[in-house]
Design a protein around this ligand. Structure first.
Ligand code: FAD
Length: 548
């Protein structure tokens, strides 16, 4: 109803109080006519909405010149394999599997998170198969050296920017299953499994966590014994809490897994070891004596099929023990060059650092995605005028908006450089640098992923209601990336390990009357900080504060 018709209806009601029944009938007839006219009015209003600046937005890079060369900026931030990254993004933009959309003359790709869990899982698999066919993972497990490691990092970073499920499913297959074969296994494992893993004819998963034990890996309850009569290991889930839980790839697609289990030899528990087990045949049927159940829908990462696995005395050949640290002879003797079970466990777990390195890097990229989106939005969205009839103010012109976003941009730059440092530390690793890599990767993984969740929340709020729209990604990323603070080492547990290791190093250096060096905490060799009575913000910001 138009405002004028409401007005006329109301005035006629007011005046009807003092009228006779006939005129009341007339009034009712009039009102019916007005309503009928209104309902029959089919011609659209000739008035059109005036165009608002934010509705005719085009991305700044299409119209503005920058005071710096974007390529140089990329070299500074992404550092390496820039052409490789562009090629991979190009592959994504060319395929409908990646949902390409043209906006402002540019092609953008992002997953459709409105799809069902089943659809998201199938899309993740199809995307991997497409990239595989185009050669995106060539050499990832069969080549060695710095060059392939850097290529792998670059490719993986691009996949992470696209979608966390793609990143995680690839990570489980190449870095956890493939990494276990590479680092826990020896030559015959490499010869037998790596090529088929690289070409995805074997789909691997990594069964460490159990319902009863996640962070406490040494407390796992799966038990493996050795049968010297047949030369086989027998793997068993002895109780409900020993069921493998959250195993990425297990619910639908994985054909093989590496199982982490206590190894009992002649009645002695030799601790946690890793074994290769086939869980599905070539037709996708679950193998005998194995039970698999889906973990179901999650708050994010629904493109990954996490599952639960039970082993009912599953038999595997003796060669399926990944034996880089310890072995069992055909007649059933336990053999290891590392006597101490604590040291053996530490040596065994050491190669798992690469997962943490990848997660630390990927979380910084997500912070960049969210900040880029919210800052662009703040450059188009206007709210409130300072004076009547003046244009409304751009969000980014509000000091409060600048203060909530710009420090996060500065932090993200710092973390981006730190992530590059960690990457180089890992690629140039030596046996002597393993401890440093463990400490730096654990602390960076925890700090960057916690920081990423804070940034995602701040950016979501900075976009107002638009931040909640799935298509705009920022809000959705919170659910997708939350798990990064839990898997590959719970953040709190990692920080406990970091403090323990640093404290032990410090105490050892003090005992030997030596300086503490190599872990970025050299300032601790100087006298303890004295906190001045007047603790100003300038004092806190001073780089010398720690040593005042
Ligand atoms: C989506 C997803 C995918 C996963 N994929 C895999 C996979 O492919 N393969 C695999 O093996 N696992 C996988 N996991 C499992 C993951 O690695 C574990 O969830 C993780 O290690 C934490 O274990 P938990 O869940 O048992 O938590 P818990 O270890 O039970 O921890 C629960 C809480 O207690 C706290 N806590 C625990 N111990 C202490 C302590 N000593 N002091 C103080 N606080 C403590 C922790 O900080 C945490 O907040 C996945 C998990 C998820 C959610």
């Amino acid at each position: 109803m138009s405002p004028s018709s409401i007005f006329s209806a109301n005035t006629s009601t007011e005046s009807s109080k003092n009228q006779n029944p006939n005129s009341k009938m007339e009034q009712a007839f009039k009102r019916t006519q007005i309503l009928t006219n209104h309902l029959l009015q089919s011609a659209p209003s000739s008035q059109t909405l005036s165009s608002n600046a934010c509705l005719s937005y085009s991305p700044p890079e299409l119209s503005e010149n920058y005071a710096f060369d974007i390529k140089d900026m990329r070299k500074l931030i992404d550092r390496h394999n820039l052409e490789e990254r562009d090629w991979l993004f190009g592959l994504m933009k060319q395929s409908k599997l990646f949902n390409p959309k043209v906006r402002g003359g540019k092609v953008f790709v992002s997953p459709d998170y409105n799809q069902s869990m089943e659809q998201q899982r199938e899309m993740t698999l199809k995307r991997i198969e497409y990239l595989l066919e185009k050669g995106a993972f060539k050499g990832w497990l069969t080549e060695k050296g710095e060059d392939i490691e850097m290529r792998k990092f670059a490719g993986f970073e691009v996949c992470s920017i696209y979608d966390h499920s793609l990143f995680t499913k690839l990570g489980v297959h190449f870095f956890l299953w493939g990494g276990a074969i590479q680092f826990f296994g020896t030559k015959h494992h490499h010869d037998k499994w790596l090529r088929d893993t690289e070409n995805y004819s074997i789909k691997g998963c990594f069964a460490m966590t159990e319902l009863g034990h996640g962070s406490n890996v040494r407390g796992l309850e799966t038990v493996t014994t050795y049968d010297s009569n047949t030369g086989e290991f027998v793997i068993n889930t002895p109780c409900e809490s020993a069921q493998k839980y959250w195993i990425g790839g297990a619910a639908n697609h994985a054909t093989h897994t590496v199982v982490f289990s206590q190894l009992h030899i002649n009645g002695t528990n030799q601790g946690v070891h890793a074994f290769i087990v086939q869980i599905r045949d070539a037709d996708g049927n679950i193998c005998p004596n194995i039970r698999i159940v889906d973990c179901g829908h999650k708050i994010g990462l629904n493109g990954v099929d996490n599952g639960r696995i039970w082993f009912d005395n599953v038999r595997v050949p003796r060669e399926n023990l990944l034996n880089s640290v310890a072995d069992v002879s055909p007649d059933g003797k336990y053999l290891s060059s590392i006597e101490n079970p604590d040291q053996r466990f530490a040596a065994f777990m050491a190669p798992l650092t690469v997962g943490r390195v990848n997660i630390a890097i990927s979380s910084v990229y997500q912070s960049k995605v969210a900040l880029a989106t919210s800052i662009r939005y703040a450059l188009t969205r206007r709210a409130f005028s300072l004076k009547q009839n003046e244009p409304e103010v751009l969000l980014l012109d509000y000091p409060s908006h600048q203060r909530r976003l710009f420090p996060l941009v500065a932090k993200t730059y710092a973390m981006s450089f730190a992530a590059n440092y960690l990457k180089m530390l890992y690629v140039k690793r030596t046996p002597q640098s393993n401890k440093t890599i463990h400490i730096v990767s654990s602390s960076f993984k925890a700090t960057f992923t916690w920081n990423n969740m804070q940034i995602l929340q701040e950016c979501r709020e900075a976009c107002g209601g638009q931040g909640l729209k799935t298509e705009n990604r920022v809000g959705q990323l919170k659910g997708e990336y939350d798990v990064q603070s839990t898997f590959e080492g719970d953040n709190l547990i990692l920080m406990q390990q970091v403090s323990k290791a640093l404290f032990a190093e410090y105490m050892a250096a003090q005992k030997r009357n030596k300086v503490f060096k190599g872990l970025g905490l050299e300032h601790m060799n100087k006298p303890c900080p004295v906190i001045p009575l007047q603790l100003t913000s300038t004092t806190l910001r001073c780089s010398q504060f720690q040593v005042i």
